[in-house]
Design a protein. Structure first.
Length: 172
């Protein structure tokens, strides 16, 4: 009987790591309140392919999740564009007053606004020509506006923390 070589063992470990990541992502997906969120594999692909993120509702307060999460994403190589009408600069970058003022293409629009205010932002994001992924952070939903965006083929993620998804994908 042939003894497995190091490449065989590494291949098995890689497959096990991928399965562990997908299981963790599936757990996060199921924990969210939106059963229409993309699959675990799609979530992994999204965080791997996105590079530029417009963060609507990014906070000036470094103790809030609306600042910590975008800071984490920026520290991990993403270009973060702050959108906050009450700030001039956040993380050393010019803050835009609204998503309409973001004049460069974005891969993802990340929302840190209450559910009652999120719908209009979802509609604006869905109308952007580059067709970005629309991500509503944990606790935030806009079902009425998410449905037509999804019907147009856009990825809309609701009630899910992008930090947790990114950490799950990059833990291994």
């Amino acid at each position: 009987m042939r003894r497995p070589n190091i490449l065989d063992r590494l291949d098995v470990r890689c497959n096990m790591a991928v399965m562990t990541v997908l299981q963790e992502l599936e757990h996060l997906r199921v924990e969210s309140s939106d059963p229409l969120n993309p699959s675990a594999a799609e979530l992994a692909t999204i965080v791997e392919n996105v590079r530029t993120i417009a963060v609507v509702g990014m906070s000036r307060d470094p103790t809030k999740a609306a600042r910590r999460v975008p800071s984490y994403m920026a520290a991990n190589g993403y270009t973060v564009l702050p959108v906050n009408p009450h700030a001039d600069r956040i993380l050393g970058k010019k803050a835009r007053a609204s998503l309409d003022e973001v004049d460069q293409p974005v891969d993802l629009v990340l929302l840190f606004r209450p559910s009652g205010e999120a719908g209009g932002v979802v509609e604006k994001a869905a109308s952007r020509p580059e067709r970005p992924v629309i991500w509503l952070q944990e606790g935030i939903r806009a079902d009425a506006e998410a449905a037509p965006a999804r019907a147009e083929g856009l990825h809309v993620i609701q009630d899910l923390c992008i930090f947790k998804v990114h950490r799950a994908v990059h833990r291994w």
